[in-house]
Write a protein that binds this ligand. Structure first.
Ligand code: URA
Length: 208
């Protein structure tokens, strides 16, 4: 399975705080950004480096810089926006592509109602962000869109994943690496992850 569960103590501590039932909007939003930053750190761990020569303070020296591909961060509307600043803290030069999906009530499949991708996706690493990987339908639809635009290197960063969603993404796109703070138990009959966090979008935006 292409899944990395990030067991870093800070990640697990922050995830535990996010699970508190009566957490405030401010706290949830802040912890979401902090967690996104730590998960992005893991998701960028395998970025390739190259050595270049620069003029240092004491003369020419060799330094390392990230090689080649540039990054686009892809928040899935709306909850993915809550993770965006955390990821951009680590990859400030990243360009942002946005995807909004809604369920087609006839086919029950997610369909894009909005998408805006940056150019040259074939030359970029895409990091999709969405706090909750539940059924996996939105994630698969977003990966489909990115691949159709030529993107070949895609990672997905979520805070909490359900086994059902992980299987759906893995079956459809085994080349996509998933990063999560937790693989939870299951989905309930309403599609919520158990134990999960509740509705992450509502908690980030303060809506009900
Ligand atoms: N979306 C959420 O915000 N929470 C879930 O548990 C599942 C989907």
């Amino acid at each position: 399975m292409n899944i990395t569960i990030v067991n870093h103590p800070l990640v697990q501590h922050k995830l535990g705080l996010l699970r508190e039932g009566d957490i405030s909007t401010m706290k949830f939003r802040q912890l979401t950004q902090e967690l996104a930053r730590l998960l992005a750190y893991e998701a960028t761990r395998d970025f390739e480096l190259e050595t270049i020569s620069i003029e240092g303070w004491c003369g020419p020296i060799e330094i390392q810089q990230i090689k080649g591909k540039k990054v686009t961060v892809v928040p899935i509307l709306r909850a993915g926006i809550g993770m965006l600043d955390g990821v951009l803290d680590l990859v400030p030069s990243a360009k942002i592509s946005v995807v909004g999906l809604s369920r087609n009530e006839e086919t029950l499949e997610p369909e894009p109602y909005f998408d805006k991708f940056v150019d040259n996706l074939n030359e970029r690493i895409a990091i999709i962000i969405d706090p909750m990987l539940a059924t996996g339908g939105s994630m698969v639809a977003t990966i489909d869109l990115l691949k159709r635009k030529g993107c070949q290197h895609i990672k997905a960063v979520v805070m909490v994943a359900a086994p059902e969603g992980v299987k759906t993404v893995n079956d459809a796109h085994p080349d996509v690496q998933l990063y999560t703070a937790s693989l939870d138990s299951h989905l309930n009959e309403n599609g919520y992850i158990i134990p999960g966090l509740g509705d992450a979008g509502d908690k980030i935006f303060g809506t009900k």
